[in-house]
Design a protein around this ligand. Structure first.
Ligand code: DQA
Length: 145
């Protein structure tokens, strides 16, 4: 039996993880997160592909690709687009692949403008506030879907 595919989509500024506001986001880089997800994925029989883009439309394309490729789940950290993007909300609604929203920080413990997620109403669920472990917890969740 072939592995399940999980796409991990990362939005703006997450390419700078490890250097970007480490007091909030930690010192783990996106490459570190990718390596740990792929390691755990192997144990779970999941192929993990990770992408990052600073462009909203590329994230929309990634959601469409997940549908076309029959992915088992998408793990989505939309970064600041979480709080602005109707296009991402619509894209999640346009596909049948379950999308797990993740955040390293807990947006509800931060500025008021981060308290609203445009994508949460369409997400299967949200994991936030556990630093890099938010991604691993989302992978565990996707294995159980
Ligand atoms: C974030 C939280 C967002 O509010 C912020 O714009 C980000 C990162 C997180 O992972 O904690 O870029 O999604």
């Amino acid at each position: 039996m072939s592995d399940k595919l999980v796409l991990v989509l990362n939005g703006p500024n997450l390419n700078l993880l490890g250097k970007r506001e480490p007091g909030i986001y930690g010192s783990t880089t996106l490459a570190d997160i990718e390596a740990s997800l792929q390691g755990r994925g192997q144990e779970l029989g999941i192929t993990v592909e990770l992408r990052q883009s600073n462009h909203e439309g590329a994230l929309v394309d990634g959601l469409h690709e997940a549908q076309e490729r029959g992915a088992a789940a998408v793990i989505l950290n939309a970064g600041a687009y979480t709080h602005t993007s109707v296009a991402l909300l619509d894209a999640i609604r346009a596909i049948t692949v379950p999308v797990i929203e993740v955040h390293l920080s807990n947006p509800h413990a931060r500025e008021a403008f981060r308290h609203t997620s445009w994508i949460a109403p369409a997400a299967k669920g949200t994991i936030a506030g556990f630093g890099a472990d938010s991604y691993l917890l989302a992978l565990e969740a996707s294995a159980r879907l």
